[in-house]
Write a protein that binds this ligand. Sequence first.
Ligand SMILES: [Zn+2]
Length: 443
Amino acid sequence: MKRFSILVLLVSLLPAGALFGQSPDAPHRIALRAARLIEGKSDHPITNAVVFIEGDKIASIASGSAAVIPSGTEVIDLGDQTLLPGLIDSHTHLLSEMNGENLTLQDVEMLRIVATQSTAERALLGAKLGREDLEAGITTVRDLGNSGVNGDVALRNAINRGWLPGPRIIAATRALAAPGGQFGRLIPEAQKIIEQEYVILNGPESARQAVRQALYDGANCIKVIVNGSPADVTLDEMKAIVEEAHAYKVKVAAHAIGDHATRIAAEAGADSIEHAYTVSDDVLKMMAQKHIFLVPTDGTEQTYIDMTFGGRQPSAEERARLEAQIKPYVTGNQDRLRRARAFGVPIAAGSDMYLTMPGKNRGQASLLMLEAYAAEGMSPLEIVRAATSSAAELLGLQDRLGTIEKGKFADIIGVPGNPLNDVTVLEHASFVMKGGTVIKREK
Ligand SMILES: [Zn+2]
């Protein structure tokens, strides 16, 4: 009886209608209408789609003009657009921006950034670039290092607290690497700079400690530079990293290029291999068998040409010289992606964009990867999946992100026309919603 009287008291204190979802505190309801919906599961778009959103989640999906829209629902009609899950970039560097005009000077550029920009300054850069990603329709990123000392964690937390707009961030903290990190050889007096960007491994026990340090620092995933230092990370170190990370249900992203490094990453059971510009068939088969994702951080020939020449028009001779340099690289990437797909290696989209691109902001430049995948032979639907549901699975977020389904976060974009006919429309999102909040709506 006592309980009953307390309940009566509580009910009498509630504003009228609170029990029926009518109060100002009830979740905001939105009905998103568009000509097409690619929800990310079926092979065919749903036409005349309506997505119902309640608060930050997707409540239901309906199709056709028969869909009943309850009163009190805000209707957003996007006309002849296609709705898709928010895009996921599985390989970003939001706290780093290098001049793309001289690719041979990248090592020096990297050193200059780390030596002259504090982590605080880089986090503010990340705030700008993160916003550009979000406005381009990239609602989630896995940020893989090159972020100073835990600057990515600071940016992630700031976004999560609503201090500034940005994508959901899966942060890696500092990358784990063999002695030297990715700076090449530095004189002894300059060694201290390495720990601003990398945690150096010296054997399996230090590898375990590095994982624990990353978790303590706030990492959601672990990034390992398997090759790229003067020496490679060893198989024993890599195994220790994967074992320790998996014990805490954290995934491991392995930067690896070439037979030795990709083999170490695959044998140790990393969750994804980044780049793998050169990789042998048997490593790809091992990746398929162990369900290790390939994150092909590829660009088109045109992207590399535009980047290198900045805004200026090259002479015919300059252009020909660069094309001759780039072609074998681009053709090689195309061949490895074709082989990976043929063997059934899961693919997740990742831009690895950290360079300036003339005429494009970070978000726009990052989405050029989708053009590269198309040029390399992936179908539009495969590309959409690589940048949504597959990437969500790689990030371990497939129960919350990656498709438009009841109960998932309302991360939804609208693009003009139909991306299954022309994948480049994904570079022109005119509508972006993250967690039920409209970020961008262009008329
Ligand atoms: Zn990278």
